[in-house]
Design a protein. Structure first.
Ligand code: SF4
Ligand code: SF4
Length: 174
């Protein structure tokens, strides 16, 4: 190694000693994430209309419709989605297609667990996530939604999600 290369290596090493560490102390210090990131889903259950579109469009078969034992004014079918986060690929299609826009991606991504059953979320558990993460941060969520809508407007029409043909949806069982 030439003297020039040695000096270059030393200066590089010294520079890194002076720099702030790049390592984040996760999970004590959460990692910064993009406002448009798609984390765990939440459901504003009170306004779900039970239309099943989320269930029909899910490419990962992560959604099942669950009969509700409580009647909500907008939900004539008395059913709402359950989501299996073991299967969910966080593609965002269900959130995009939902007519009343009640399925929201949150910014929560650290949902790993040793018990797979804990990743099956009923409509009421999804509502709890909504109340905890979205309803309490409407301002932050509003920015996220505005960005999402702007993205959708820029996207070519062919890229917009369409509900699958009825025959495909009929093959699914609740
Ligand atoms: S984000 Fe995608 S994979 Fe996950 S539940 Fe919604 S449609 Fe299914
Ligand atoms: S698409 Fe939206 S309104 Fe329809 S069942 Fe799913 S969550 Fe409810």
């Amino acid at each position: 190694m030439s003297v020039k290369e040695t000096l270059k290596a030393i200066s590089y090493s010294v520079g890194n000693v002076i720099k702030k560490p790049v390592t984040k102390m996760y999970p004590d210090v959460p990692m910064p994430i993009s406002k448009r990131s798609r984390g765990m889903l939440s459901l504003d259950l009170d306004d779900c209309i039970g239309c099943e579109l989320c269930y029909k469009i899910c490419p990962a078969d992560a959604i099942r419709m669950q009969k509700l034992d409580v009647h909500f004014a907008h939900n004539a079918r008395d059913e709402a989605p359950t989501i299996d986060f073991n299967k969910c690929i966080f593609c965002g299609l269900c959130s995009e297609i939902c007519p009343p826009q009640v399925l929201h991606h949150t910014h929560k991504y650290d949902i790993s667990t040793k018990n797979r059953a804990e990743l099956m979320f009923s409509p009421f558990q999804l509502k709890d996530v909504f109340l905890e993460l979205v309803a309490k941060n409407p301002e932050e969520y509003e920015k996220h939604e505005t960005a999402k809508i702007a993205d959708a407007k820029q996207a070519p029409l062919s890229a917009n999600p369409q509900p699958p043909a009825q025959t495909q949806g009929e093959n699914k069982t609740s």
